[in-house]
Design a protein around this ligand. Sequence first.
Ligand code: CA
Length: 711
Amino acid sequence: MHGFMAGQHAFGRLILAAVLASGIAACKKVENSASSVTAESLANADTASGEWLTHGGTYDEQRFAKLEQITAENVGDLGLAWSAEFDTNRGQEATPIVADGVLYTTTAWSKVFAFDAKTGEQLWSYDPEVPGETAFKGCCDIVNRGVAVYDGKVFFGAFDGRLIALDAGSGEEVWSTVTVDQSKPYTITGAPRVVKGKVLIGNGGAEYGVRGYVSAYDADSGDLAWRFYTVPPGPGAKADGAASDDVIEKMRATWAGDWSEFGGGGTVWDAIVYDQEYDQVLIGVGNGSPWNHKIRSQGKGDNLFVSSVVALDAETGKYKWHYQGTPGETWDFTQTQPIILADLEIEGAQRKVMMQAPKNGFFYVIDRKDGKLISARNFVPTTWATSVDLATGRPVEAPNARFENGPFLALPSALGAHNWHPMAYSPKTNLVYLPAQEVPFAYTDDKAFKPREGGWNIGMDYLANGVPEDPAQFRALRAMLKGQLIAWDPVAQKEIWRVQYDGPWNGGVLATAGNLVFQGNAKGEFAAFSADKGEKLWSFDAGTGIIAAPISYTIDGEQYVAVMAGYGGAYPLSSAFVDNPRPMPNGRLLVFKLGGKAPYKIEPIENAPFNIVEQEFAPATVQAGMALYETNCGVCHSGGAIGSGVLPDLRRSGYLSDAEAWKAVVIDGSLKDNGMVGFAKFLSAQDAEAIRAFVASKAKLGAEQEKADGN
Ligand code: CA
C-alpha cells in the first residue's frame, strides 16, 4: 500500500538513463557548476547577486533575499514556472542552494538532485542508498535539510552518518567519510556548512542515547580537521583528543552520576552558523539524553553544553563562550534551532548580535562578542518558566515544572514553540518572521524506566499523553494545538503582527526586499504576506503540506521563488491530531515566477478502509497492547494508532488481520527495507500480539466513528 521505498533504486537508474539520453546540452550546461563558489565568494555572498549560495542565503543566515522584482504590489501575478516530483512521500525539509544557474537540493532518504534553475531540467541525481532499517534510528523522519556547495563540490550528510562530497558538475562521488559510530543510533538530517575550506557537520540521536558533537572536515580530502564534543566524557574516562578537551572539567562540574550510559545527548543537529566578524562558529546544541534530568544526571547540575549555544574558534574548534537557555534541561528543549546574525541598534548602540527562538519559547538576543544575554522574551505562552532573569541569564521556572510532584502539562513542549523550520530577518522592516507553534505535552517520570539499547530512551511515561477516544474530548485537545507566523521586533522584544493557523508544524520562512514574506503551511498552502503588515497577498495550493523554507534567486533577469513541498517530520509522525489524515503524495520542488503558467496537479490519495478484525481480544490484552504501542510504536505511527499518513495508518494495514504476517513485520523485520525494523530486541511475540489487539480495537472504533460522522 505504502510502497514509498519500493523500486527507489530502479527509479535512480531511470534518472541516470534520462540524464545520459539528454546528452551534450546537459553536459555543457553543468560543466562549470558551482566551480565559481570559493571561500571568497562565500565570505562575500550577497543575495542581491541573485544566487543563494549558503543554507541561510549568506553566512548571516538571515534568509533575506535582496531582490525587488516580485513585490507586494505584483505578487498576485506569481505563478508556477516549473516543478519536479520526487520518488518519496516522506518529509521534505531541504533549503535549496542556487549557484551558477544550478539548483541543488536534497530529499528524504538523503538523495541529492541538481536542476537547471531556469528550466527545471534535471541535470543529475545521486542516491547514497541509505539502508532502510536506519530509519529506526531517527526520531523525526528520514529527512534532510540540504547541501552545501563549494569549490566544484556538493556536500551533504547522509542519514546513516556519512558526509559525502559530490562533483557539482556530474553528481559523481568525490569522497565519503563516516562521521559517526554507526553501531550507535546516530543520524544526520542537518545541512553542512562550508567555512574556510572546511565542511562542518553535526548529528542527531539524543532520544536514543548518543553523545553529541560537531566535526570539521577538509573540503578537499575529507580528512577530519577538528571535533568538539558538547558533553564531557563519563566520570574517570580519558580525554577525547578533541578540540573540546580544554573544557572537559568545566563541563564535568555541571553533571552528576554517570551520564555516559546514554551519552548525555547534546546533539548538534541543525544550527551551525559562521560569524565572520569574530571568526567563530556558533553551534546550537540539543536536548539531554535521556530527556529526564533525574535519570540523566541525578536531577543535579546544569549539564553543559546541553541546550546551549556554543561559540567555537573557526580555525581550531576550541571553546570561546556559551549561553545556556535551559540549564538542567528535562523537556527535550533543544537549543539547536536556527540562528540569525545581525547588527541591531539597541539603546542607541550598534550591537553585533545573534538571535534565536529555541524550543523553550523564549526569543533570545545575545551579544556575539562574549555570549552575554541582551534580552529574552517569550513569544508564545510558556507554562514552564515565567521569564528569563537578565542578570543571571537563567529562566525563572514555574512550580512543578520539573514534574517532581506529579505530571506537569507543559507549553511549549518537546515539539517546540519553534522547531527547525527556518525563521527570517528583514533588515528593511527590522523584524524577524518566526514560524511558532503551541503543542502541549504532559511530562511524568517513567518510574519503571529501563534502558533499551539503541531504542527510544527518554525516561518519560508516555501514557500521560493518551489520546482520548471520546470525540468531544479529542476535539477539545486538538483545539489546544496552534501555529503562528509571528513578525517579531527583536529590539523591543514584542510581536508586531501574526498570522494564526489552526494547527502546528507549518513551513520555514523567506523574507524579501519586495516587502514580502513567503511561507508554506501544513495544509499545503504556499502564501505571500506583506512584510510590514502581514496581509495575505497571494497563495498557491501545493496539494501537500509544506514544512521547508523557500528561497529566491534571479536568472536572466527573472526572479524566482522556490520551495520544497512534502509533509513529514516529528509532528505528523508522532501526533494523532493531523487533520484529514491520508496517505501523502510524493514530494515536489515548486518554482515560481511572475507570469508563470506551468501546469500542476496532485491527485489526493484516498485512505484504505479500516481493517476490521473478526477475532475477539480480551480487554486486558488490549490494555497491555496500548501501553506497549505508545512506548514502542506511537512515536512514528502516531499516538492512539491514528496515523497521519506519512507512515502507514496501522488501523488500515492488511497485516492487522493476520497474526503471523503481523509478527513477521513487528518481530522479524520483514519490512526493514522500508524502515520498519524487527523489534525482537524490545518486544516478545506475545507483546506484538497485544499491540495487534490494541490496533484492532482502534480500527473498529475508527470505523464506528466514521459511520457516526454520517458517511
Ligand atoms: Ca530531541
